[in-house]
Design a protein around this ligand. Structure first.
Ligand SMILES: Nc1ncnc2c1ncn2[C@@H]1O[C@H](COP(=O)(O)OP(=O)(O)OP(=O)(O)O)[C@@H](O)[C@H]1O
Length: 309
């Protein structure tokens, strides 16, 4: 649904984005992660047809970003990182302004605006002035305006930036709802935990270069030479579990802490099942048995070198 092909952007002598390529499939939520100044907004503005590339290509729903920007604008909803609004505009007027710009006929505009306000839980603010809204509500309104023409693709530049924890959670719930509605979503952030638990894939960018892209699971695999297995017991000493794991050819090292045992796993998926079978057969009271995922923070720290601030 979204393709970036060898995108490069120079500002004078400075290379903001360097030969970036990635693609996002239909129905995905792609988390575009990188520290400040990494090149996220530059890439996003290119995809939103607002910035010409020095070289490279972008395609959205099959339309070329550079050759057919009008077609691209019809299929995307774009939320910029800076939200500008004219003074003295009410919430419904703001949405109506965009609806007119998208050539939505007068007869259906009122209904569509009502639906979008409802979805974003802003119906009660319909007649309020935009400038009087809280930051969280402004962000929601900005998301609302990306939806008025019902685009299949949403491109959102730091939609949760500057929000308090509650408003962040609300924003996350909204993005998940939009995905359920079938939207393909690119969402950027420099805060990993914002994206960790609901993105289907991520791309990590630093100093204009893509350091890793793919599903979180694949990236974790690329980074970690081995997998980590965590077994938690309901009760009793961990000695038996430790002995069984240590004795297994798929395991290299084992550590026990409280009721849990962590092991460095070098086998294939079938070995996991076999190991669980061995523990159960030996009567070890297993409460949970699972591969321990890397946190996105860990992934990020391992991939980036922290050069950009
Ligand atoms: N118009 C411009 N002229 C010169 N340099 C620019 C311009 N726009 C961006 N840059 C530089 O390009 C680099 C990438 O900027 P960009 O805004 O894409 O980063 P970002 O990852 O979105 O960061 P942030 O999270 O701070 O928004 C930065 O070093 C920035 O200073």
């Amino acid at each position: 649904m979204i393709e970036v092909i060898n995108f490069t952007k120079h500002y004078g002598d400075f290379t903001a984005v360097d030969d970036l390529s990635f693609s996002i499939g239909e129905g995905e939520i792609f988390g575009f992660i990188g520290p400040n100044g990494a090149g996220k907004s530059t890439t996003i503005r290119f995809l939103a047809t607002l910035l010409r590339p020095t070289s490279g290509e972008g395609r959205i729903a099959g339309h070329s970003v550079t050759d057919d920007p009008m077609a691209v604008r019809r299929v995307i909803g774009f939320m910029p990182d800076d939200f500008g609004v004219y003074d003295g505009m009410k919430v419904w007027e703001f949405l109506d302004f965009f609806a007119v710009a998208y050539e939505i006929p007068r007869g259906v505009r009122r209904r569509i605006i009502g639906e979008v306000l409802e979805l974003l839980d802003l119906s009660h603010k319909r007649d309020d002035y935009v400038n009087g809204l809280s930051k969280g509500m402004k962000q929601r309104l900005c998301l609302a305006k990306t939806l008025v023409h019902d685009p299949p693709v949403l491109i959102l530049d730091e939609p949760a930036s500057g929000l308090d924890p509650r408003a962040r959670l609300e924003m996350k719930a909204l993005l998940m709802e939009l995905r359920r509605m079938g939207k393909t979503i690119l969402v950027s952030s420099h805060i990993l935990s914002e994206l960790a638990d609901f993105c289907t894939s991520i791309g990590v960018i630093e100093r204009g270069r893509l350091l890793a892209a793919g599903s979180i699971r694949d990236i974790q695999r690329q980074i970690r030479a081995h997998r980590v297995l965590k077994v938690e017991l309901t009760e009793g000493p961990t000695d038996r579990a430790v002995a069984i794991l240590q004795d297994d050819p798929a395991i290299r090292s084992v550590e026990a802490f409280g009721q849990s045992v962590t092991a460095e796993f070098h086998g294939v998926d079938e070995d996991m099942g076999r190991l669980l079978g061995r523990l159960m057969a030996a009567g070890v009271p297993v409460r949970s048995f699972a591969e321990e995922p890397l946190s996105l923070e860990e992934v990020f720290m391992m991939i980036t070198k922290g050069i950009v601030n």
